[in-house]
Design a protein around this ligand. Structure first.
Ligand SMILES: Cc1cc2nc3c(=O)[nH]c(=O)nc-3n(C[C@H](O)[C@H](O)[C@H](O)COP(=O)(O)O)c2cc1C
Length: 328
């Protein structure tokens, strides 16, 4: 029996956000150990990734764990979502477990310390981890002013990151997902490209977009010469659950796997080969991870699978998606 199987029921008795904070603190203090560094180098968009598994955005919102993610098995970490202004997020409780479904629902609402505070942490980033920066719109900023809000975080932080993801798909900031439409999305991306024309740039999309809308974003990403798409964020749909728990927020974890893979397949069929897809959503075991690579994902990310899978989960998944598997 692993230590985690003993600890898990205790952690799961705590409020989920409290458990997250405790676990994160224990990991940073070296009290919780991961499965160790995994090195299967993988080249993509001009970067050498130590391996193809990343920590999905939302786990390390303030870039506090940059020194530990390699030891837990990750090849890269996407920090954030970071917003221009520091903000507290929604009132608690705002994170919920659905253990029978191996899922979570969250409505955190981009709680983060803001771009200025996060800059000093990124300045001390280790060199052996690829760092993605996920940026979002501050709640107090009007939708019309979104390009300047994203631009502020981008200007201050992108010089310290390896790639940037523009998050327009969280369900927990009112109106944010309307920025996935062609016109507002183009305005944001143009603005960012004006500031830095070379850093790899991704858009993160929602699984709730209709197929035609997924294809539209893919076409736009190609037209604007972006690096690719991160797919997907959490879903507001509850049709993937046996019963609706009547909890507002974005659903993640195992029930999201089917839609996240469908979106990946659709993107791969729409996007030219040189555009990349980072697949995220419901990856809960090695088989699912391998299937995403086989379906054409360049890289994969996990969040909820780790909560249910235990400390060595990332290292197991990272080993499962070696370059050899992709080639075979
Ligand atoms: C508690 C929690 C907070 C999240 N916060 C963010 C966030 O700030 N920005 C973002 O782009 N995605 C966020 N996500 C979405 C994840 O990055 C990921 O896209 C989604 O959870 C699906 O992956 P999973 O099924 O492996 O969890 C969050 C997810 C969870 C569970």
């Amino acid at each position: 029996m692993s230590l985690y199987s003993v600890l898990r029921p205790i952690l799961f008795r705590l409020d989920p956000e409290r458990a997250h904070e405790l676990a994160f603190t224990a990991m940073r203090a070296g009290l919780a150990k991961g499965g160790g560094c995994v090195t299967h180098p993988y080249e993509a968009f001009g970067l050498t990734f130590p391996n193809r598994l990343g920590l999905a955005a939302g786990f390390d919102k303030n870039a506090e764990g940059l020194h530990i993610w390699r030891r837990f098995g990750f090849g890269f970490a996407e920090i954030g979502t970071v917003t221009r202004h520091a903000q507290p997020g929604n009132p608690r409780p705002r994170m919920f477990r659905l253990p029978e479904s191996e899922a979570l629902i969250n409505r955190l609402g981009f709680n983060n310390e803001g771009a200025d505070a996060i800059r000093s942490r990124l300045e001390q980033r280790p060199s052996d981890l690829i760092v993605g920066l996920n940026i979002g719109k501050s709640k107090i900023t009007e939708l019309d002013e979104a390009p300047e809000d994203y631009a502020y975080s981008f200007r201050h932080l992108s010089p310290l990151a390896d790639y940037v993801t523009v998050n327009v798909s969280s369900p927990n900031t009112p109106g944010l997902r309307s920025l996935q439409d062609r016109e507002p999305l183009t305005r944001i991306l143009w603005r960012l490209r004006e500031i830095n024309g070379t850093i790899p740039l991704f858009v993160k999309i929602a699984p709730d977009l209709e197929d035609a809308a997924v294809e539209d974003v893919a076409q736009l990403v190609d037209e604007l010469d972006l690096t690719g798409i991160v797919a997907t964020n959490t879903t507001i749909s509850r049709s993937v659950l046996p019963t609706d728990p009547q909890i507002e927020g974005g659903l993640s974890g195992r029930p999201l796997a089917a839609r996240a893979s469908d979106v990946l397949r659709l993107l791969r069929a729409t996007l030219p080969k040189e555009r990349h897809v980072i697949s995220v959503g419901g990856i809960h075991n090695e088989e699912e991870a391998r299937a995403r690579i086989a379906a054409g994902a360049s890289l994969i990310q996990v969040y909820t699978g780790w909560v249910y899978g235990g400390p060595d989960f990332p290292a197991r998944i990272a080993h499962a998606v070696t370059t050899e598997v992709a080639a075979g």
